[in-house]
Design a protein around this ligand. Structure first.
Ligand code: FES
Length: 267
């Protein structure tokens, strides 16, 4: 009888025997992810104020085509359809965006926060059938490992950006000199947070050694596997810190480029 009451409660949306504030976490996830999506979309469509001296916003890196000195292949390509707005970020953001969207951690978080599937553990769902990820459209989440390969390339590029952010051009002589600005630290921190998130990925752990039954006798692989496992244990924290970090890095460069903030030179 007790069991059937519990089953009945769980089958009605939002009903639960839980007494804790189970809804707080999904609510905060909803707020944080929604805020990020709104800001990132707005920033990606701006197409300006994304570079300041040697600094380049991570939302626009690599800048394949664009008007800043960081552009790899020159200005906006002639083949870009005239009816589409152009912004260098639109050419590349699908890759890190796809990585986050298909991330195992975020899936668990936004399934709860955005479509209540389930709202939380032992809380009634709005639907009776288990959707699973073994049919369309959610089976597409399995593409995650391919986004990981791209994300590794992005981390390399972002570290290169952080290296470039250590070089400053003298306004009068035009000479470059090594230095450290607050923006250099912001971009370096951003690359490190994204590196910690990317290299702690579940797919990376499988790739490095998770597919094997035994790693003994392979000390280098074992060491690499242990490093990835260490990052993987806190993957959710890396996910959030890197999310805030990348948004703040864009915001910082934007504020400097707009002349609202001053980039303080440490040396
Ligand atoms: Fe989160 Fe791969 S599982 S990035």
């Amino acid at each position: 009888m007790q069991q059937s009451n519990l089953t009945l409660q769980k089958s009605r949306f939002g009903h639960t025997s839980r007494r804790d504030l189970w809804w707080v976490q999904p609510f905060l996830v909803f707020l944080a992810l929604s805020s990020f999506i709104v800001y990132a979309t707005w920033a990606a469509f701006q197409g300006e104020y994304y570079a300041y001296g040697s600094y380049l916003s991570p939302f626009y890196s690599p800048e394949l085509f664009g008007d800043s000195p960081h552009s790899w292949f020159g200005p906006k390509p002639g083949w870009w359809p005239g009816f589409l707005p152009f912004s260098p970020a639109l050419l590349i953001l699908w890759a890190p965006g796809g990585m986050r969207f298909t991330c195992y951690y975020y899936r668990g978080a936004y399934y709860k926060a955005f479509w209540a599937d389930p709202p939380s553990c032992a809380v009634g769902e709005p639907r009776k059938k288990y959707w699973g990820e073994n049919s369309l459209p959610l089976i597409m989440q399995n593409i995650h490992r391919y986004f990981l390969y791209l994300a590794v390339l992005f981390v390399i590029v972002l570290y290169y950006d952080a290296w470039k952010a250590l070089w400053f051009t003298d306004a009068t002589t035009g000479e470059q000199s090594f230095g450290l600005g607050v923006g250099s630290l912001v971009l370096l921190t951003n690359a490190t947070l994204l590196g910690g998130y990317t290299f702690g990925c579940h797919s990376m752990r499988h790739l490095i050694g998770g597919f094997k039954d035994r790693l003994s006798g392979k000390p280098v692989q074992q060491k690499a596997y242990n490093c990835v496992t260490c990052l993987n244990k806190k993957h959710n924290r890396w996910a959030w810190f890197s999310l805030f970090g990348v948004a703040f890095a864009d915001f910082y460069v934007r504020m400097c480029a707009m002349g609202i903030w001053t980039d303080w030179r440490i040396f």
